[in-house]
Design a protein around this ligand. Structure first.
Ligand code: AMP
Ligand code: ZN
Length: 470
């Protein structure tokens, strides 16, 4: 399998450090609000990559953090008159709900920065002992120039960086030895959460968090470190400097970065205000559609979000699910007995689409081509499967489609929580109105009860039936 390594700017053969095992770390979100669909892109693409590694038989230790102490969290807590902990706990809960609805598997471990402060203090101390860090009035900085490989990931030249920094004085950071140095530990300000340390009551810098959580849960050297491309510099560059200086070995063998999710060609981000939350999208679509949309492009290509592409994703997904239903029906209605010779040949043909799928995934996780292979399998199913086939054949064909969809994280069974989907609710309301018209009150009541069971309350008014969430 080949993956594009940001470190070497090349597609490289993937060889894990330890045979059969993969240690992978993905930088997670800062939890101060609902995640937006730009944040969902790395979650979905690296979850799919992980699923493919597991499909290949690797035992994957997949770690993804939540950054739960940060200026934005503290700001939000002050605005709401509550604690930073309350804010971060709330948005971790919401994020996990979104992940579940996007069918993103929980990581092997989701560490929280606030639970790992001891490890951060230890690593900072090691860096100080080795001369890579210094304390200046309670703020600890990393001595960037001392780390000779600085810039190797982002391909930045340290002297160019220095020139860029020379005129920029950041308030409160005048005590740095060099403008390039970055913060490892900073003292608290009034009203902020803090931890005791040998240098000051304060909190860690953002970069040290990931270095420490990766070390604790995966070891000093890992196979793959991943995240969005905006993290290459400075976050990942700084993580490399800290980890390699402290541990004395390569931090991560491969670095994978997803391109941006854009709107009108501009990166979707909170600060620009050009974003949709995953929750917004869930009101209109089952989040399977969002997942399918994300996977329709290669993860290193920029992807533009728009209504047309979402509709295309919706109908593409529908085609796959319908084919799944057709094969499930055939498993019920097909003939008993052994597969025919012709059916065995057909399964051989179906396997060629599996090979195409695998070849696409082997080529730097090309999900766009992998989806094309699934569509070919769907077309094959629609033209070749009919009522004369055996149940056994239908079962084998279903298993093939199911395995590929599992890699993509696409569910072949329609989800009842399509209840988040307004189209679905409106469809049910119409079905109920029709049932009432036909005086089929039992059916009408069962539709109302089914929706009620999912927290959707119907109210019949003169203008028609209205619904609300419980
Ligand atoms: P943050 O909470 O800003 O640290 O972001 C969490 C993850 O989402 C990081 O891996 C970012 O690189 C990624 N990310 C943020 N915005 C986008 C975007 N518009 N497109 C793709 N990835 C993004
Ligand atoms: Zn990180």
């Amino acid at each position: 399998m080949k993956i594009y390594n940001t470190l070497t700017k090349k597609k490289e053969e993937f060889v894990p450090l330890q045979e059969g095992k993969v240690r992978m770390y993905v930088c997670g979100p800062t939890v101060y609000d609902l995640i937006h669909i730009g944040n969902a892109r790395p979650m979905i693409v690296f979850d799919t990559f992980r699923r493919y590694l597991e499909y290949k038989g690797y035992d994957v230790n997949f770690v993804s953090n939540f950054t739960d102490v940060d200026d934005k969290i503290i700001k939000r807590a002050l605005e709401e008159g509550t604690t930073a902990e309350e804010i971060s706990q709330r948005y971790i809960r919401e994020c996990k709900k979104d992940m579940e609805d996007m069918n993103v598997k929980p990581a092997t471990k989701h560490p929280l920065a606030t639970q790992e402060i001891g490890g951060m203090i230890d690593m900072i101390q090691t860096l100080m002992d080795k001369g890579y860090a210094y304390n200046s009035d309670g703020t600890v900085y990393f001595r960037t120039r001392k780390f000779k490989d600085y810039g190797k990931l982002s391909k930045k030249n340290i002297d160019d960086l220095e020139a860029g920094h020379r005129n920029i004085k950041v308030a409160g950071e005048e005590s740095k030895e060099d403008p390039l140095d970055f913060v490892l530990w900073k003292p608290k300000k009034e009203g902020e959460p803090f931890w005791k340390s040998p240098w000051s009551d304060g909190r860690p810098g953002w970069h040290i968090e990931c270095s420490v959580m990766s070390k604790k849960y995966l070891g000093d050297e890992i196979d793959i470190h991943a995240g969005g491309e905006d993290l290459v510099f400075p976050h990942h560059e700084n993580e490399i400097a800290q980890s390699e200086a402290a541990n004395g070995c390569t931090f991560s063998k491969y670095w994978m970065h997803n391109a941006f999710l854009n709107i009108d060609g501009t990166k979707m981000s909170k600060s620009l205000g050009n974003f949709f939350t995953v929750r917004d999208i869930s009101k209109k679509y089952d989040l399977q559609v969002l997942r399918f949309f994300m996977l329709s492009a290669h993860y290193r290509s920029p992807l533009n979000f728009n209504a047309e592409l979402m509709e295309a994703a919706k109908s593409g997904l529908e085609r796959i699910i319908t084919a799944g239903e057709k094969i499930r029906d055939a498993q019920q209605t097909g003939t008993d007995g052994e597969m025919t010779k012709e059916e065995q040949d057909l399964l051989g043909e179906a396997q060629t689409y599996v090979q195409k799928f695998e070849a696409a995934m082997e080529d730097d996780c090309n999900t766009a081509n992998a989806i094309s292979a699934v569509f070919e399998l769907v077309k094959f199913t629609n033209s070749r499967l009919d009522s004369s086939n055996t149940k056994k054949f239908a079962k084998q064909l279903y298993d093939i489609l199911l395995r590929l969809c599992e890699v993509l994280g696409i569910l072949l069974e329609r989800r009842t929580q399509a209840v988040g989907d307004e189209d679905y609710i409106n469809e049910m309301i119409q079905k109920r109105a029709q049932a009432k018209k036909e005086k089929n009150f039992a059916l009408a009541d069962s539709i109302r009860d089914e929706l009620a069971g999912k927290g959707i309350i119907l109210k019949d008014t003169r203008e028609g039936t209205k619904w609300s969430r419980n």
